[in-house]
Design a protein around this ligand. Structure first.
Ligand SMILES: Nc1ncnc2c1ncn2[C@@H]1O[C@H](COP(=O)(O)OP(=O)(O)O)[C@@H](O)[C@H]1O
Ligand SMILES: CSC[C@H]1O[C@H](OP(=O)(O)O)[C@H](O)[C@@H]1O
Length: 394
């Protein structure tokens, strides 16, 4: 990594110009850094005719914490290659990567300026009828086509090596499965709900189930995951949906991606009574979000089943009883990981705007407590809950 240095806006513009012919020879380029994520620099580079590109560059540390949290630059390679791999399988729903430079840990990609980040738009009360269907299609396609149903053992093992992502996985292992269940210094707990958080530290029944989910995260390489499928990793508009930010990608349990998506829709649902003053509006938003959860799982399950039936290459896995059991296990895992997402986003290091934007302190504490309660129920009851029961629990 000898050439590596964090870009200035000017250097980001030069990088974009060098690796794309979008701007033409004599364009006047302007660049600004506008990233709002936890980890990286993101620049928008524009010319004087309104063409634009995005340059994303990894820093040698986590942006949200600073240099005291060193982090591998290899995450830029993982992000570029997961997006490229997923983009080959499902180009409609993956941001296009134009160029990746390993030495500079920098990615040049499509500017999705005609889209909005799903989390922000959903908090603002906007509805996207196709969001859940699109994510269901994306996840069914990319997870099926990178699984043992399709890949031979040797090919999958080579891919597992390519996507070995120990440092970023460790962040998830710590933030999802360890910190919230102890008095960890990284936790970020609203003092009003401290007694609720403290219950988690003593709840050995819950901790045993979280340990199982963590063990599966560590040792169930079912498919090449996106790895961070929250609503801040999704760009959306009325007719299209694109996934970004795949630096946490690795071969892991399919239910982790499904559960992250469901968990973030649940967080938004629980935040509604605090986000909007009008109870009727809150109720109609909750109905929309619950409907999206339903459409997501029904769409994912239907498409994944069809792929298993029609496109499974390995003869052992063509057994239909095995396929039904596999999908049922993915559902149970998804509920468990959704529960972990609810809990870690409420009392762990990285919170979400859905809860943080609730202005009234009592309403905020109520929504946070509801997230902890529902998270616990999903983890403990994941083997017995069906889709209808999940929706009734909310
Ligand atoms: N391809 C893109 N087009 C437009 N904006 C983007 C694009 N990629 C990232 N962004 C913007 O940068 C922000 C941070 O990007 P993200 O990939 O989430 O960074 P991080 O890895 O630091 O979390 C996004 O919320 C979005 O506003
Ligand atoms: C210190 S990383 C915390 C948190 O941030 C990541 O999300 P993003 O990069 O999209 O903001 C990921 O969810 C990590 O768990």
């Amino acid at each position: 990594m000898s050439d590596y240095k964090p870009f200035s806006p000017k250097q980001a513009a030069r990088f974009a110009d060098l690796h794309s012919d979008l701007f033409g020879d004599h364009s006047q380029l302007k660049a600004e850094e506008f990233g709002d994520g936890n980890l990286n620099l993101v620049f928008r580079v524009k010319n004087n005719r309104s063409s634009s590109l995005i340059v994303k560059q990894a820093l040698p540390y986590a942006r949200c914490v600073g240099e005291s949290w060193p982090l591998t630059l290899d995450r830029a390679r993982i992000e570029a290659q997961v997006l490229q791999q997923h983009g080959k399988i499902c180009p409609d729903h993956v941001v296009e990567v134009y160029h990746f430079d390993q030495d500079l840990a920098a990615i040049l990609m499509e500017d999705l300026h005609q889209y909005e980040i799903a989390r922000t738009a959903l908090i603002q009360g906007k509805s996207f009828p196709l969001l859940a269907q699109h994510i269901a299609h994306y996840l069914a396609q990319v997870l099926f086509h990178t699984s043992d149903f399709v890949m031979t053992g040797p090919v999958k093992k080579a891919r597992q090596q390519q996507f070995s992502n120990p440092e970023l996985c460790l962040i998830t292992e710590d933030l999802f499965f360890t910190d919230p269940y102890s008095n960890h210094e990284r936790n970020n707990i609203n003092p009003t709900i401290l007694p609720e958080a403290q219950k988690l530290w003593l709840d050995t029944e819950l901790q045993a189930e979280v340990a199982q989910l963590k063990a599966d995260f560590l040792s169930k390489p079912q498919a090449l995951l996106h790895g961070d499928m929250h609503s801040g990793s999704i760009f959306v508009n009325a007719d299209s949906t694109k996934v970004i930010d795949a630096e946490f990608g690795f071969f892991g349990p399919i239910g982790f991606d499904c559960g992250s998506f469901i968990g973030n829709l649940l967080l938004c649902t629980l935040a509604q009574t605090g986000l909007t003053k009008d109870p009727a509006t809150a109720q109609s938003r909750q109905t929309y979000l619950k409907d999206q959860i339903q459409q997501f799982w029904q769409g994912f399950a239907a498409e994944f089943s069809q792929l298993m039936q029609q496109e499974t290459a390995d003869t052992s896995f063509q057994n239909s009883l095995y396929q039904q059991r596999f999908l049922q296990q993915v559902w149970q895992d998804s509920l468990g990981y959704a529960g972990c997402e609810l809990i870690r986003r409420t009392v762990g290091l990285a919170h979400v705007a859905d809860l943080e934007k609730i202005a009234d302190p009592a309403q905020k504490a109520n929504a946070e407590t509801a997230a902890l309660t529902l998270g616990r129920q999903l983890i403990l009851q994941r083997t017995s809950l069906g889709l209808e029961q999940l929706l009734d629990l909310i």
